[in-house]
Design a protein around this ligand. Sequence first.
Ligand code: AQP
Length: 332
Amino acid sequence: RKRVFSGIQPTADSFHVGNYLGAIRQWVPLQETHETIYCVVDLHAITIEQDPKLLRQRTRIAAAQLLAAGIDPARSILFVQSHVPEHAQLAWVLTCMTGFGEASRMTQFKDKSGKQGAANTNVGLFTYPMLMAADVLLYNADAVPVGEDQRQHLELTRDLAQRFNGRYGDYFTVPDPYIIEAVGKITDLQDPGAKMSKSASSPNGIIELLDDPKVSAKKIRSAVTDTEREIRYDEENKAGVSNLLSIYSALDGRTIPELEQAYEGKGYGDLKKDLAELFTEFVTPFRERTHAILAEPDKLDAVLAEGAAKARTIAARTLAEVYDRTGFLPAA
Ligand code: AQP
């Protein structure tokens, strides 16, 4: 079986519909066909300053949402990144193999550091992609299901794998991105040119899975569209409507052309009302499952401890091999 790895940051009280449709939803069926390893990446989270108490809480909330979405610990390894120290250890080796110019080209760093300003940007944000490369390469993953925004980081991961293999002999699997075009970039409801984002979206631009569905329905109904009337997919000229159609199609199963046909002659209000209902139907049981899991934190922690133990057996083997090839003297 081929292996899949992916991770998500515990940086908010809830995942948003972009995280869900762009990434997590793909994680679930991959359990049928692949060996799957999924991680709550708390080391990545501290590239932005976090409140310690909130971070701990959000790490559990993130794990609970993954379980509620259908990640099955009997079939997947589910763990928290900081429980497996090899991630940080391999990241250092990879950081020392990355060119400064190469890292400087990462658009996510440029965006985020640009918004925060240099004074509020830590060096961890700059080396984030090397930590991500370590996440993936530690498990020799074949494929990485992510949203479009991670494509460039994955490209760097591939380059680092090839560089290591070239320098020290073939060892790492060069991973492929697994990005579903139709849902790879869900956009902000209020600013449909921009990615829906935990940190960058205004509260009304982002649909959070654990929010009260009535609030989400209201946000959907007030999503920015355009002055035309026609319900048609056209990313360039009708970004808002196209985004609503993408979300609708992903949740409903009908294709976008089928939806366009079904809504011929109808207005944006109808589309939004139906999407709000569809979303509520999907999210209501998801929220219930998440809350039920969070009500038993000891059980949740035990699942994560078991996941970390399994992850460590793989990660330790990889790191030992990397250290050896790098030329580190074994600790007798
Ligand atoms: N808008 C999106 N559309 C599709 N996929 C998306 N992802 C994020 N936003 C969208 C995917 O969700 C996974 C987990 O993301 P992350 O925790 O690494 O956070 P992120 O990529 O930085 O995006 P967020 O969640 O919106 O947070 P911030 O505030 O950091 O921008 C990834 O696979 C990501 O591609």
